[in-house]
Ligand binder design. Structure first.
Ligand code: PHE
Length: 355
Protein backbone atom coordinates (compact mmCIF):
# COMPACT_ATOMS: atom_id res chain seq x y z
CA UNK A 1 0.00 0.00 0.00
CA UNK A 2 1.35 3.43 -0.88
CA UNK A 3 1.69 6.04 1.85
CA UNK A 4 -1.22 7.90 0.32
CA UNK A 5 -3.44 4.84 0.58
CA UNK A 6 -2.36 4.13 4.15
CA UNK A 7 -3.14 7.71 5.20
CA UNK A 8 -6.58 7.46 3.62
CA UNK A 9 -7.29 4.07 5.15
CA UNK A 10 -6.28 5.30 8.61
CA UNK A 11 -8.28 8.49 8.13
CA UNK A 12 -11.43 6.40 7.50
CA UNK A 13 -10.87 4.21 10.53
CA UNK A 14 -10.18 7.17 12.79
CA UNK A 15 -13.34 8.89 11.63
CA UNK A 16 -15.41 5.84 12.50
CA UNK A 17 -14.01 5.27 15.99
CA UNK A 18 -16.70 4.24 18.52
CA UNK A 19 -16.58 3.95 22.29
CA UNK A 20 -19.14 3.45 25.04
CA UNK A 21 -16.98 3.84 28.13
CA UNK A 22 -14.02 5.83 29.37
CA UNK A 23 -11.89 2.66 29.16
CA UNK A 24 -12.71 2.17 25.50
CA UNK A 25 -11.82 5.80 24.74
CA UNK A 26 -8.50 5.30 26.47
CA UNK A 27 -7.88 2.10 24.50
CA UNK A 28 -8.49 4.01 21.24
CA UNK A 29 -6.14 6.75 22.34
CA UNK A 30 -3.40 4.18 22.96
CA UNK A 31 -4.10 2.42 19.65
CA UNK A 32 -3.90 5.58 17.53
CA UNK A 33 -2.41 8.57 19.31
CA UNK A 34 0.04 7.29 21.93
CA UNK A 35 3.74 7.33 21.12
CA UNK A 36 3.52 3.82 19.71
CA UNK A 37 0.08 4.35 18.20
CA UNK A 38 -0.73 4.04 14.50
CA UNK A 39 -1.05 7.77 13.78
CA UNK A 40 2.16 8.56 15.62
CA UNK A 41 3.85 5.66 13.75
CA UNK A 42 2.88 7.17 10.44
CA UNK A 43 4.34 10.51 11.55
CA UNK A 44 7.64 8.78 12.36
CA UNK A 45 7.75 7.59 8.74
CA UNK A 46 6.68 11.03 7.51
CA UNK A 47 9.57 12.70 9.31
CA UNK A 48 12.00 10.56 7.36
CA UNK A 49 10.67 11.67 3.95
CA UNK A 50 12.28 14.11 1.56
CA UNK A 51 11.28 17.74 1.48
CA UNK A 52 9.22 17.25 -1.68
CA UNK A 53 7.39 14.25 -0.32
CA UNK A 54 6.75 16.10 2.94
CA UNK A 55 5.12 18.88 0.95
CA UNK A 56 3.06 16.26 -0.92
CA UNK A 57 1.69 14.47 2.19
CA UNK A 58 1.90 17.19 4.85
CA UNK A 59 -1.67 18.37 4.55
CA UNK A 60 -3.19 14.90 4.61
CA UNK A 61 -1.06 13.97 7.59
CA UNK A 62 -2.16 17.03 9.55
CA UNK A 63 -5.77 16.39 8.70
CA UNK A 64 -5.39 12.80 9.91
CA UNK A 65 -4.04 13.92 13.28
CA UNK A 66 -6.69 16.61 13.66
CA UNK A 67 -9.51 14.19 12.81
CA UNK A 68 -8.18 11.65 15.32
CA UNK A 69 -7.93 14.24 18.10
CA UNK A 70 -11.35 15.73 17.41
CA UNK A 71 -13.08 12.38 17.23
CA UNK A 72 -11.38 11.35 20.47
CA UNK A 73 -12.56 14.52 22.27
CA UNK A 74 -16.07 13.97 20.93
CA UNK A 75 -16.18 10.39 22.21
CA UNK A 76 -14.81 11.42 25.59
CA UNK A 77 -17.55 14.04 25.98
CA UNK A 78 -20.42 11.71 25.03
CA UNK A 79 -19.18 9.04 27.38
CA UNK A 80 -18.88 11.53 30.25
CA UNK A 81 -22.39 12.83 29.68
CA UNK A 82 -23.95 9.38 29.66
CA UNK A 83 -22.11 8.48 32.82
CA UNK A 84 -23.25 11.72 34.50
CA UNK A 85 -26.88 11.06 33.54
CA UNK A 86 -26.74 7.51 34.83
CA UNK A 87 -25.29 8.74 38.10
CA UNK A 88 -28.08 11.29 38.58
CA UNK A 89 -30.72 8.64 38.03
CA UNK A 90 -29.14 6.24 40.44
CA UNK A 91 -28.30 8.64 43.29
CA UNK A 92 -30.99 7.73 45.80
CA UNK A 93 -29.42 9.87 48.50
CA UNK A 94 -29.87 13.10 46.55
CA UNK A 95 -32.17 15.65 48.26
CA UNK A 96 -35.47 15.56 46.35
CA UNK A 97 -36.83 18.65 44.63
CA UNK A 98 -39.33 20.31 46.98
CA UNK A 99 -42.97 19.64 46.10
CA UNK A 100 -44.95 22.88 45.94
CA UNK A 101 -47.89 22.29 48.29
CA UNK A 102 -51.02 24.41 48.00
CA UNK A 103 -52.69 25.98 51.01
CA UNK A 104 -56.28 25.81 52.22
CA UNK A 105 -58.56 28.78 51.73
CA UNK A 106 -59.14 30.51 55.09
CA UNK A 107 -62.92 30.26 54.64
CA UNK A 108 -62.66 26.50 54.09
CA UNK A 109 -60.46 26.13 57.15
CA UNK A 110 -62.89 28.00 59.36
CA UNK A 111 -65.96 26.30 57.85
CA UNK A 112 -64.45 22.92 58.63
CA UNK A 113 -63.55 23.98 62.14
CA UNK A 114 -67.13 25.13 62.77
CA UNK A 115 -68.52 21.86 61.39
CA UNK A 116 -66.06 19.89 63.49
CA UNK A 117 -67.08 21.68 66.71
CA UNK A 118 -70.81 21.10 66.15
CA UNK A 119 -70.39 17.55 64.87
CA UNK A 120 -68.95 16.65 68.27
CA UNK A 121 -72.37 17.32 69.77
CA UNK A 122 -74.33 15.43 67.16
CA UNK A 123 -74.90 17.88 64.30
CA UNK A 124 -74.72 16.55 60.75
CA UNK A 125 -74.33 18.55 57.54
CA UNK A 126 -77.20 19.20 55.12
CA UNK A 127 -76.87 20.66 51.63
CA UNK A 128 -79.27 22.50 49.35
CA UNK A 129 -79.41 24.51 46.12
CA UNK A 130 -78.06 28.06 45.78
CA UNK A 131 -80.73 28.89 43.22
CA UNK A 132 -83.95 28.74 45.17
CA UNK A 133 -87.56 29.92 45.13
CA UNK A 134 -89.44 32.39 47.29
CA UNK A 135 -91.19 29.63 49.22
CA UNK A 136 -88.06 27.98 50.66
CA UNK A 137 -86.15 31.21 51.29
CA UNK A 138 -88.99 33.42 52.61
CA UNK A 139 -92.49 31.94 52.46
CA UNK A 140 -92.08 28.99 54.79
CA UNK A 141 -89.94 31.11 57.11
CA UNK A 142 -92.71 33.45 58.15
CA UNK A 143 -91.60 36.45 56.08
CA UNK A 144 -94.56 38.76 55.54
CA UNK A 145 -95.46 39.19 51.85
CA UNK A 146 -94.26 42.80 51.90
CA UNK A 147 -91.04 42.11 53.84
CA UNK A 148 -88.18 44.24 52.47
CA UNK A 149 -85.93 41.16 51.99
CA UNK A 150 -88.25 40.20 49.16
CA UNK A 151 -87.36 43.44 47.43
CA UNK A 152 -85.08 43.54 44.39
CA UNK A 153 -82.83 45.83 46.39
CA UNK A 154 -81.86 43.04 48.75
CA UNK A 155 -82.31 39.88 46.73
CA UNK A 156 -81.02 38.77 43.34
CA UNK A 157 -83.87 37.42 41.26
CA UNK A 158 -83.10 35.14 38.31
CA UNK A 159 -84.52 36.79 35.21
CA UNK A 160 -86.87 34.81 33.08
CA UNK A 161 -86.03 34.42 29.41
CA UNK A 162 -88.70 35.16 26.87
CA UNK A 163 -91.13 32.28 26.55
CA UNK A 164 -89.50 30.36 29.43
CA UNK A 165 -92.00 28.24 31.35
CA UNK A 166 -91.30 28.47 35.07
CA UNK A 167 -92.34 30.39 38.18
CA UNK A 168 -91.14 34.01 38.33
CA UNK A 169 -89.89 33.88 41.90
CA UNK A 170 -86.58 32.09 41.27
CA UNK A 171 -83.79 33.76 43.22
CA UNK A 172 -80.33 33.31 44.68
CA UNK A 173 -80.73 32.28 48.33
CA UNK A 174 -80.06 35.09 50.78
CA UNK A 175 -79.42 32.72 53.69
CA UNK A 176 -79.00 28.99 54.17
CA UNK A 177 -82.17 28.88 56.25
CA UNK A 178 -83.60 27.67 52.94
CA UNK A 179 -81.78 24.39 53.51
CA UNK A 180 -83.37 24.19 56.94
CA UNK A 181 -86.85 24.46 55.43
CA UNK A 182 -86.00 21.64 53.03
CA UNK A 183 -84.76 19.46 55.90
CA UNK A 184 -87.91 20.21 57.96
CA UNK A 185 -90.25 19.46 55.05
CA UNK A 186 -88.50 16.17 54.44
CA UNK A 187 -88.37 15.07 58.07
CA UNK A 188 -91.91 16.22 59.05
CA UNK A 189 -93.48 12.87 58.27
CA UNK A 190 -90.81 10.88 60.08
CA UNK A 191 -91.22 13.11 63.15
CA UNK A 192 -94.97 12.55 62.99
CA UNK A 193 -94.82 8.77 62.72
CA UNK A 194 -91.95 8.37 65.17
CA UNK A 195 -89.31 7.20 62.69
CA UNK A 196 -87.20 10.12 63.77
CA UNK A 197 -87.26 11.97 67.10
CA UNK A 198 -85.23 15.06 66.31
CA UNK A 199 -83.55 17.16 63.63
CA UNK A 200 -80.01 18.34 64.25
CA UNK A 201 -78.36 19.82 61.17
CA UNK A 202 -75.79 22.35 60.06
CA UNK A 203 -76.31 24.10 56.74
CA UNK A 204 -73.08 25.58 55.40
CA UNK A 205 -73.03 27.36 52.07
CA UNK A 206 -72.74 30.43 49.91
CA UNK A 207 -75.46 33.07 50.01
CA UNK A 208 -76.12 36.15 47.89
CA UNK A 209 -77.33 39.64 48.72
CA UNK A 210 -77.68 42.62 46.46
CA UNK A 211 -75.04 44.82 48.09
CA UNK A 212 -72.35 47.07 46.66
CA UNK A 213 -68.94 45.46 47.04
CA UNK A 214 -66.68 47.16 49.59
CA UNK A 215 -64.25 46.22 52.36
CA UNK A 216 -67.17 45.49 54.68
CA UNK A 217 -69.84 44.07 52.35
CA UNK A 218 -69.95 41.73 49.38
CA UNK A 219 -72.64 40.48 47.06
CA UNK A 220 -71.95 36.93 48.21
CA UNK A 221 -70.65 35.46 51.44
CA UNK A 222 -70.75 32.20 53.36
CA UNK A 223 -72.87 31.03 56.23
CA UNK A 224 -73.25 28.12 58.56
CA UNK A 225 -76.74 27.88 59.98
CA UNK A 226 -77.81 25.35 62.58
CA UNK A 227 -81.18 23.86 63.46
CA UNK A 228 -82.22 21.63 66.33
CA UNK A 229 -85.79 20.39 66.68
CA UNK A 230 -87.01 17.91 69.25
CA UNK A 231 -89.49 17.63 72.11
CA UNK A 232 -88.97 20.22 74.87
CA UNK A 233 -86.07 22.18 73.37
CA UNK A 234 -85.52 25.28 75.48
CA UNK A 235 -83.78 28.62 75.22
CA UNK A 236 -81.29 27.31 77.78
CA UNK A 237 -80.31 24.55 75.33
CA UNK A 238 -79.64 27.18 72.68
CA UNK A 239 -77.58 29.29 75.04
CA UNK A 240 -75.50 26.36 76.28
CA UNK A 241 -74.82 25.11 72.75
CA UNK A 242 -73.65 28.53 71.64
CA UNK A 243 -71.49 28.98 74.74
CA UNK A 244 -69.83 25.64 73.98
CA UNK A 245 -69.23 26.76 70.39
CA UNK A 246 -67.77 30.14 71.42
CA UNK A 247 -65.35 28.54 73.87
CA UNK A 248 -64.22 25.90 71.36
CA UNK A 249 -63.78 28.47 68.61
CA UNK A 250 -62.24 31.40 70.50
CA UNK A 251 -60.81 29.88 73.68
CA UNK A 252 -61.96 28.74 77.07
CA UNK A 253 -62.12 32.22 78.61
CA UNK A 254 -64.66 33.44 76.05
CA UNK A 255 -67.97 34.72 77.42
CA UNK A 256 -71.19 35.21 75.49
CA UNK A 257 -74.01 37.75 75.67
CA UNK A 258 -77.42 37.42 74.02
CA UNK A 259 -79.16 40.64 73.01
CA UNK A 260 -82.84 40.67 72.01
CA UNK A 261 -83.31 41.02 68.27
CA UNK A 262 -85.80 40.24 65.54
CA UNK A 263 -85.97 37.62 62.79
CA UNK A 264 -89.25 36.58 61.15
CA UNK A 265 -88.50 32.88 61.65
CA UNK A 266 -87.53 32.88 65.34
CA UNK A 267 -89.33 34.00 68.47
CA UNK A 268 -87.75 35.08 70.73
CA UNK A 269 -84.77 36.13 68.60
CA UNK A 270 -81.34 37.25 69.71
CA UNK A 271 -77.99 38.37 68.50
CA UNK A 272 -74.97 36.90 70.18
CA UNK A 273 -71.80 38.77 71.13
CA UNK A 274 -68.62 37.20 72.41
CA UNK A 275 -66.23 38.92 74.79
CA UNK A 276 -63.58 40.56 72.63
CA UNK A 277 -60.77 37.99 72.39
CA UNK A 278 -58.27 40.69 71.42
CA UNK A 279 -58.48 42.84 74.56
CA UNK A 280 -60.10 40.16 76.73
CA UNK A 281 -63.17 42.34 77.26
CA UNK A 282 -61.38 45.44 78.52
CA UNK A 283 -62.23 47.51 75.46
CA UNK A 284 -60.08 48.19 72.40
CA UNK A 285 -60.28 49.67 68.91
CA UNK A 286 -61.38 46.33 67.50
CA UNK A 287 -64.50 46.05 69.72
CA UNK A 288 -65.06 49.81 69.59
CA UNK A 289 -64.27 50.03 73.31
CA UNK A 290 -67.32 47.92 74.21
CA UNK A 291 -65.49 44.70 75.11
CA UNK A 292 -67.95 42.70 72.96
CA UNK A 293 -68.14 41.68 69.29
CA UNK A 294 -71.23 40.40 67.52
CA UNK A 295 -70.90 37.00 65.85
CA UNK A 296 -74.29 35.48 65.09
CA UNK A 297 -78.09 35.61 65.04
CA UNK A 298 -80.24 32.99 66.75
CA UNK A 299 -83.57 32.23 68.37
CA UNK A 300 -86.29 29.70 69.07
CA UNK A 301 -87.91 28.48 65.85
CA UNK A 302 -91.21 30.33 65.41
CA UNK A 303 -94.18 27.94 65.74
CA UNK A 304 -95.48 29.34 62.44
CA UNK A 305 -92.37 27.99 60.71
CA UNK A 306 -92.77 24.53 62.24
CA UNK A 307 -96.43 24.40 61.25
CA UNK A 308 -95.71 25.64 57.70
CA UNK A 309 -93.24 22.79 57.31
CA UNK A 310 -95.71 20.23 58.65
CA UNK A 311 -94.28 19.83 62.15
CA UNK A 312 -96.64 19.91 65.14
CA UNK A 313 -95.59 22.99 67.13
CA UNK A 314 -97.40 21.75 70.26
CA UNK A 315 -95.24 18.70 70.38
CA UNK A 316 -91.97 19.95 68.94
CA UNK A 317 -89.88 23.03 69.56
CA UNK A 318 -86.44 24.02 68.39
CA UNK A 319 -83.71 26.56 68.08
CA UNK A 320 -81.83 27.94 65.11
CA UNK A 321 -78.74 30.02 64.66
CA UNK A 322 -76.86 31.47 61.72
CA UNK A 323 -73.35 32.83 61.44
CA UNK A 324 -71.21 34.32 58.70
CA UNK A 325 -68.00 32.40 58.04
CA UNK A 326 -66.29 35.60 56.83
CA UNK A 327 -67.14 37.29 60.12
CA UNK A 328 -65.63 34.47 62.20
CA UNK A 329 -62.58 34.34 59.92
CA UNK A 330 -62.09 38.10 60.27
CA UNK A 331 -62.17 37.75 64.03
CA UNK A 332 -59.80 34.81 64.07
CA UNK A 333 -57.27 36.14 61.56
CA UNK A 334 -58.03 39.88 61.66
CA UNK A 335 -58.63 40.17 57.94
CA UNK A 336 -59.72 43.76 57.43
CA UNK A 337 -61.03 43.65 53.87
CA UNK A 338 -63.74 41.18 52.82
CA UNK A 339 -62.70 41.39 49.18
CA UNK A 340 -59.46 39.53 49.93
CA UNK A 341 -61.45 36.32 50.33
CA UNK A 342 -62.52 36.26 46.70
CA UNK A 343 -59.58 37.87 44.89
CA UNK A 344 -57.38 34.77 44.79
CA UNK A 345 -54.25 36.73 45.61
CA UNK A 346 -51.60 34.09 46.24
CA UNK A 347 -49.76 36.37 48.72
CA UNK A 348 -52.89 36.44 50.88
CA UNK A 349 -53.79 32.76 50.49
CA UNK A 350 -50.27 31.46 51.18
CA UNK A 351 -50.51 32.72 54.74
CA UNK A 352 -53.07 30.09 55.72
CA UNK A 353 -51.27 26.80 56.05
CA UNK A 354 -53.38 25.24 58.74
CA UNK A 355 -56.02 26.27 61.17
N1 PHE B 1 -80.92 33.55 58.56
C1 PHE B 1 -80.37 34.62 59.35
C2 PHE B 1 -79.53 35.51 58.43
O1 PHE B 1 -79.20 35.12 57.37
C3 PHE B 1 -79.53 34.15 60.47
C4 PHE B 1 -80.32 33.40 61.49
C5 PHE B 1 -80.48 32.05 61.40
C6 PHE B 1 -80.90 34.07 62.56
C7 PHE B 1 -81.21 31.36 62.34
C8 PHE B 1 -81.60 33.40 63.50
C9 PHE B 1 -81.78 32.06 63.39
O2 PHE B 1 -79.17 36.62 58.80
Amino acid sequence: MSLQERIEELQTRVQQMQASSAEEVEALRIKYLSKKGEVSGLFDEFRALSKEQKAQFGQAMNRLRQTAEERMAQLRQTVEQTVAKAEVREDLTRTPDPIALGTRHPLSLVREQIIDIFSRIGFTVADGPEIEDDRHVFGLLNFAPEHPARDMQDTFFVEKEEGEQRPTDVLLRTHTSSVQTRVMLEAAEWLRNGQQDSIRVLCPGRVYRNEAISARAHCFFHQVEGLYIARKVSYADLRQTLLYFAKEMFGDKTQIRLRPSYFPFTEPSAEMDISCHICGGKGCGFCKQTGWVEILGCGMVDPNVLEACGIDSKEFSGYAFGLGIERITNLKYRVKDLRLFSENDIRFLNQFVSC
